[in-house]
Ligand binder design. Structure first.
Ligand code: GTP
Ligand code: MG
Length: 229
């Protein structure tokens, strides 16, 4: 079956993805701080809620309602009624929030169009090189597996963001979380900073699209496509 696509509202990125995000699989966004991952999640979330479906947004970083207001304008209050925000303070709470979100989406009482975990690896990162690392990796793997299953069963787009570390050997930024996350996500987008308000997104992995890139600009009201290749 050809999966549906969820438009991101950024024309260059939609073209890169063949119409938008897949709605039966998980998409991973990784990139350095300030590269636009959170704004991207907020923009897609806004569109899903605006179009009548529910969004479950798990936020480990403190989403600014002001940023959502800038995107949503006067429709913010209406939109927030379909926007279930969860703000876990540690990995345990994050796992619980993921379980709740997945159960709601699979339960089918409300049409859930999008599950977001931003950032999926912030608490995991804190555990690295400590005694909790193995447990944290396992908890994160279980979460992502459940999200993937939910996307497939409930036909709900899943987006999770990931932070990066600099590989000295390769001299480039690599996503955290090891190969498990990269296998679990059917689509992987790498976000890069360019000078000023412009950003570049590279399609690193997709099951039926060629590699490529798209550019967008951060404006006061959201993200706007500026080309691709
Ligand atoms: P981390 O969570 O730190 O990994 O970063 P991120 O990839 O989630 O970045 P985010 O989406 O938070 O993007 C923030 C970038 O957008 C920063 O460079 C801000 O300066 C910029 N930004 C945020 N709001 C606006 C705005 O209204 N106008 C403009 N021009 N830039 C903005
Ligand atoms: Mg962010």
């Amino acid at each position: 079956m050809v999966p549906d696509r969820l438009s991101t509202g950024i024309d260059s990125v939609d073209r890169l993805l063949g119409g938008g995000l897949e709605t039966d699989s998980a998409t991973e966004l990784y990139g350095e701080g300030g590269s636009g991952k959170t704004l991207f999640c907020l923009q897609v979330a806004y569109r899903v809620a605006r179009d009548g479906k529910w969004v479950f947004y798990i936020d480990t970083e403190g989403v600014s309602v002001d940023r959502l207001r800038a995107i949503a304008g006067d429709s913010l209050e209406k939109l927030l009624k379909r926007f279930l925000l969860s703000t876990p303070k540690n990995l345990e709470e994050q796992s619980a929030a993921v379980r709740t979100a997945c159960a709601l989406a699979r339960g089918g009482r409300r049409p859930v169009g999008l599950l977001v975990v931003d950032s999926a690896t912030a608490f995991y990162r804190l555990s690295l090189s400590g005694p909790e690392e193995d447990d944290a990796r396992q908890a994160l793997s279980l979460e992502i597996a459940e999200l993937v299953r939910t996307a497939l069963e409930a036909h709900t787009a899943v987006v999770f963001t990931n932070q990066v570390w600099r590989s000295m050997r390769e001299n480039r930024l690599e996503p955290l979380g090891g190969s498990f996350l990269n296998h679990a996500a059917k689509t992987i987008l790498s976000f890069e900073r360019l000078p000023g308000a412009e950003r570049r997104v590279v399609l690193v992995k997709h099951r039926d699209r060629p590699e490529g890139w798209a550019k967008f600009r951060i404006t006061d009201t959201g993200l706007e496509g500026t080309g691709g290749g």
